[in-house]
Design a protein around this ligand. Structure first.
Ligand code: ATP
Ligand code: MG
Length: 635
């Protein structure tokens, strides 16, 4: 089993080891895995081109490390507890042994279809166990999977199919999310009419509804796997062979097809899972992320299954049939670790505490968040009410590109501080660099968050666009990975993410992070959520424009609320951070993974709503029209 850090002293010790001699540190972690052939070099790298190779010369298959390596100890143990969208439908479960057979059967079927190592497969499926099976079946035979969130439009899907050069698409007839039905097969048909290269579409019947099937191209899942053996020898992979492509959320622009490796990703996902969540054998772990996002890849599928964990996979949404659903699931499966997103916490918080009444949350040991900075209000609510002040809250900072968590408390080990991601994990060397490329050393500094040395889970390239990879992450500052986020290291050496670098607002020469201002605004008792962007300002250079979700405005009306928001920010941060404009809105534009798309709001605040850029990953386009209508500057 992977080493688990369990004291703060132990953390500092491991951390020091990992920076003094990263090669020995990572070689030691890699020893826990089954390699068909051992690596020759732990790491070879340079960040100029860039070229990053971990465990080069090593041969492995990640699924052998999930299955064969562990079956004799926990083959009969549950791997997946699947909770359907509708609480009245029957749940399903898979043991490791059962999952292994299902994966092999699908793997053999893909092989029979002519899919082999290096081919790309697009997966556009709802959150059913077959989705996990699909990923692992690809990995079993060395096919590169690329999961597209099953809520994306036909155009977004077609773009990804084309970019990934996929020959085969795995999908379902329909998907259920809350009271919404998504006609996945229809979307696939539409996408395929806009792109080329796909020869086979496999349709899992989730709903058994009529769908149009193109003869010669489309086949139902059951038929596709029929008569396929459930015994399949894993394909041998080089450490550096790609495991998957995953497109980023598109919060800042055109999504990037991030490529992850086989060997390094395996080591990093498993190591970070075990440590951050302090997973103990037998624990039940629940991650609310969709597998369409990196969090689902690393912390619902690979990290947990490599550790032989019991996972809860949920098909639906957190607020359906009501805002108590998460708590029901936690009680039903006696969940020990719960990993979710600030956007979900904020939405549940805004619906009131009554949904928590009478829910048995005593099994919870750890709560984790990812995706955005978590504001203090949301942090305290989840800590006090959900965790009953007994569970550490781990605010995990990472990205699609980093493959796994980078800066985060280790649950129960690192003392937490609300809205701080705290300290880097072993092996991760954050550096803070100012806009002129000067490293900011010591504490109480802020600037651009960069990472000095490679880590095994980092992305290797952008699919078919290595130059964009270089330019985005390695060209701004020499010899480091540039994350694109702003950060502060406080007087204790703790890291606090300030928001995207592109979103930093410069008021009269003062640089202000969006996260901090939003944090102050969200403290107002009537405010659910907010998004802050810069706008043109004749005197200050940039002014502050706040979009605020505030369903009730109580006494004093809108103007009264706006005034008290300003007073609150003034008190919390200072007059410099006081918004110049506050627009009350009913909702914020978000990506389908729940992140606020500030770049769109920035355009609106700049009075330039005519060119909003790529909006294909947006959840709800109507929100934008409403915001444009109510915009406070001339549009
Ligand atoms: P794109 O790169 O296409 O714009 P994206 O950055 O939203 O999309 P992801 O890789 O899903 O795509 O998100 C990573 C980003 O999410 C980080 O760069 C950071 O801005 C934000 N983030 C994730 N976790 C945290 C956290 N714990 N605290 C603060 N910010 C976080
Ligand atoms: Mg990003």
């Amino acid at each position: 089993m992977i080493n688990k850090i369990n004291t703060l002293g132990g953390y500092f010790h491991e951390y020091q080891k990992s920076t003094l001699d990263p090669e020995s540190f990572w070689a030691q972690q890699a020893e826990f895995f089954f390699w068909r052939k051992r690596w020759q070099h732990v790491v070879q790298w340079e960040f100029k081109t860039p070229s990053i190779r971990w465990f080069d010369g090593g041969k492995l298959n990640i699924t052998e490390n999930i299955f064969e390596k562990n079956l004799y100890t926990h083959g009969d143990q549950t791997a997946i507890f699947w909770e359907p969208n509708d609480p009245n439908d029957a749940p399903r479960q898979y043991t490791y042994q059962e999952l292994f057979h299902a994966v092999n059967q699908m793997a053999n079927s893909l092989k029979r279809e002519g899919i082999s190592k290096g081919d790309t497969v697009i997966i556009y499926m709802p959150m059913v166990p077959e989705l996990t099976i699909a990923l692992l079946a690809c990995a079993r035979i060395g096919a590169i999977h690329s999961v597209v969130f099953a809520g994306f439009s036909a155009q977004a899907l077609a773009d990804r199919i084309t970019n990934a050069e996929a020959r085969l698409v795995l999908t379902a007839d329909q998907g259920y999310r809350g009271n919404k039905v998504t006609p996945l097969k229809t979307v696939v048909d539409e996408a395929l009419s806009q792109c080329q290269g796909v020869e086979r579409v496999v349709v899992y019947q989730r709903a058994y509804v009529d769908v149009s099937m193109t003869p010669g191209r489309d086949v139902f899942w059951q038929e596709f796997i029929s008569n396929a053996s459930d015994d399949c020898v894993a394909t041998e992979m080089d450490s550096e062979d790609p495991l998957f492509i995953l497109y980023t959320s598109g919060s800042t622009g055109q999504p990037k097809g991030i490529v992850h490796s086989s060997g390094g990703y395996m080591v990093y996902s498993a190591y970070t899972f075990r440590n951050v969540f302090q997973y103990n054998n037998g624990d039940v772990y629940f991650c609310t992320a969709d597998i369409g996002w990196i969090t689902g890849h690393t912390y619902l599928v690979y990290g947990p299954l490599l550790n032989g964990a019991k996972i809860v996979m949920y098909e639906g949404v957190p607020t359906w049939p009501d805002a108590g659903r998460m708590w029901d699931i936690i009680a039903k499966y006696q969940v020990n670790q719960f990993y979710t997103a600030p956007t979900i916490i904020r939405s549940l918080l805004s619906m009131g505490n009554e949904y928590l009444l009478d829910k048995d949350l005593d099994s919870l040991k750890v709560i984790g968040t990812v995706g955005e900075p978590i504001n203090e209000d949301a942090w305290h609510w989840v800590h006090d009410h959900v965790g009953q002040s007994q569970c550490p809250v781990v605010d995990t900072w990472w990205q699609t590109e980093t493959g796994g968590v980078m800066i985060s408390p280790i649950a129960g080990v690192t003392p937490t501080k609300p809205s701080f991601a705290t300290l880097p994990l072993p092996g991760i060397q954050p550096v803070i660099i100012d806009n002129d490329g000067v490293e900011q050393t010591g504490n109480s500094v802020e600037g651009n968050l960069c990472i000095r040395y490679p880590w095994p889970g980092m992305a290797r390239t952008i699919w078919r666009d290595h130059e964009r990879f270089r330019q985005t992450y390695f060209a701004n500052y020499e010899n480091v990975y540039f994350a694109g986020d702003g950060v502060r290291r406080d007087e204790d050496g703790y890291y606090r993410i300030l928001g995207r670098v592109d979103d930093v607002i410069n008021v009269s020469g003062h640089r202000l992070g969006t996260a901090e201002i939003e944090n102050a605004i969200n403290e107002h008792p009537l405010v659910n959520e907010s998004a802050v962007v810069g706008c043109p300002h004749a005197i200050k250079g940039q002014g502050i424009y706040a979009f605020v979700v505030c369903p009730q405005t109580s006494t004093g009306g809108e103007e009264g609320v706006k005034l008290s928001i300003k007073q609150g920010v003034n008190k919390r941060i200072g007059p410099i951070a006081k918004p110049d404009y506050i627009q009350i809105v009913s909702n914020l534009p978000k990506t389908r993974s729940g992140k606020i798309m500030r770049r769109i709001l920035r355009k609106i605040a700049e009075g330039d709503a005519s060119s909003l850029g790529d909006t294909s990953t947006l959840l709800d386009e109507q929100v934008i029209d409403e915001i444009i209508q109510g915009a406070l500057v001339e549009v």
